[in-house]
Design a protein around this ligand. Structure first.
Ligand SMILES: [Zn+2]
Ligand SMILES: [Zn+2]
Length: 343
């Protein structure tokens, strides 16, 4: 089969590799669409230590079941499917509690670290265990389904965050994840949604996806804008989808006294924040990692149109042009949110 193999920092080779073999509990999927995640772009620079070459990346994908191992009962050849990015063990205490994103044996598709190596879906075929696979509703295209993973990440963060009916919710960062976090907060009952990003084009996209107020913190005074639009300078809950010192500080400052802040982004490994900002104001801070059971909800919400993925797809390109696609994202070409590759 053809695969996009990451061979060295900033480099891919589109080349012939063997079709992967699969075991009794595994499913061979013919990949129809695979999206490039921000973590893939970060990873291909060689600085994260989570895409150690050679590796076939790709953890946001959809396709058609080609064959199944003998223990597989939930899908059959020809089914349109998508799958979780996390290959969890389904046996450890965290998995048994349904907290599969915290599985102690967790591997991520298309990720290689010093402790594990799991080939991903930037290839004609991918192998996944049956318990992470989900049939696609007819209304959801393969390209949209390739965005189910980030959509589920957004829903997971919204689910963990206490959001009451009609609350003001602020989302810091309108990238691939922030745009789904924002839609997840709406599904959860937020009254007014404020989106903050330094890129104007992303704010425009946020408004088209239902943001009530958008603020560019690099151009305007955030509390002034909040007060002008909402009659108050702060939000009941803030979700942070970038992960730098500046954006976390912004998020802390936006959270009301006694409010909740959920951190999803983690670009900068270590940051400094003001302890008094959250101790004296009694904020509740929580982390949100990946997905734990939100796939089915994300598929239903996408099928019914209550969450939209299509507006986030900036380009669809053949897998053979993967190098160009990664380079364009790495350069930060204006207007690019998500690129979907087709094997
Ligand atoms: Zn991802
Ligand atoms: Zn587990």
């Amino acid at each position: 089969m053809k695969a996009l193999v990451h061979t060295a920092p900033l480099k891919f080779e589109y080349r012939e590799v063997p079709v992967p073999s699969f075991g009794d509990d595994e499913v061979l999927v013919r990949v129809k669409a695979v999206a490039i995640c921000g973590s893939d772009v970060h990873g291909y620079t060689g600085t994260t230590g989570r895409r150690i070459p050679p590796i076939i990346m790709g953890h946001e994908a959809a396709g058609v079941v080609e064959s199944t191992g003998r223990n597989v009962k939930n899908v059959t050849s020809g089914d349109r499917v998508t799958f979780d990015s996390t290959v969890y063990c389904n046996q450890c205490p965290a998995c048994r509690q349904g907290r599969v994103n915290l599985c102690v044996n967790r591997k991520v598709l298309g990720v290689s670290t010093p402790t594990f190596h799991q080939e991903g879906a930037m290839a004609e075929y991918a192998v996944v265990p049956w318990w992470i696979i989900y049939p696609l509703p007819d209304a959801v295209s393969f390209e949209e389904a390739a965005l189910i993973e980030p959509a589920s990440v957004g829903l997971h963060a919204a689910r963990l965050t206490p959001i009451d009916v009609n609350d003001v919710v602020a989302v810091v960062g309108a990238g691939q994840i922030g745009l789904f976090v924002m839609q997840g907060a709406r599904v959860k009952g937020a009254g007014k949604i404020v989106v903050l990003d330094a890129k104007e084009e992303r704010l425009v996209l946020s408004r088209s996806l239902g943001a009530d107020v958008t603020i560019n913190p690099s151009r305007s005074d955030v509390t002034g804008e909040m007060t002008r639009h909402l009659g108050r300078p702060d939000a009941d809950a803030v979700l942070e989808a970038v992960g730098t010192e500046a954006t976390v500080t912004l998020a802390l400052g936006l959270t009301k006294q006694g409010g909740n802040i959920t951190l999803i982004g983690n670009i900068t490994p270590r940051i400094q924040v003001s302890l008094q900002d959250f101790v004296l104001r009694e904020l509740t801070i929580r982390g949100s990692c990946a997905v734990a059971g939100e796939y089915r909800a994300a598929l239903d919400l996408l099928a019914s149109g209550r969450i939209q993925a299509k507006p986030l797809i900036s380009r669809v390109m053949p897998l053979s042009e993967g190098q160009e696609a990664f380079d364009a994202l790495h350069r930060g070409e204006p207007g690019l949110i998500k690129i979907v590759l087709q094997p």
